[in-house]
Design a protein. Sequence first.
Length: 172
Amino acid sequence: MSSAGNRANGRCFAINGSIMAGNILITLAVIAASLAAVQCMSKPNFCNSYDCPPFDSQRLNGFELRSYGETMWVGTSRVVSSTSSSSSTSSMFQKLYRYIGGANSAGKRIKMTVPVATKVQALGGGQFRYTMMFYVPGANPPTPNDSDVEIIAMPARDVYVSFQQSVRERGR
């Protein structure tokens, strides 16, 4: 083989090597982006040992924007004439706790989750509707046995949150 042929082959090898290196870099970038996406949608550390709804998170102007996908919840509501009715929230919690304890169509125990969400809606005339909900992992939770308890499909949503101190510090 002539020396000109070797140079030509050398150039081809260099070009192919650059293309291969570029492909490797692109592949590594895709893998890194995939791992970052999995990390964002993994369970947040403040959930501790409990299941909680996964979300994507980004920082914006001192706030955290959390993007939740559709999630399933089990909930119960009660109308009260005061916003400070702790007995109402206690009885609602007990109904939901019985559901996760096996009072459902599958007779299945479901692990406790966080957060326990409470919605208060003013109805007028001093009346308020309290709704308490537990997050339920999975797409098809069992039907509640108690007619006062229902499965709620929460649509995908964005939530802005801001804390003056970390969640861990608040618990101290």
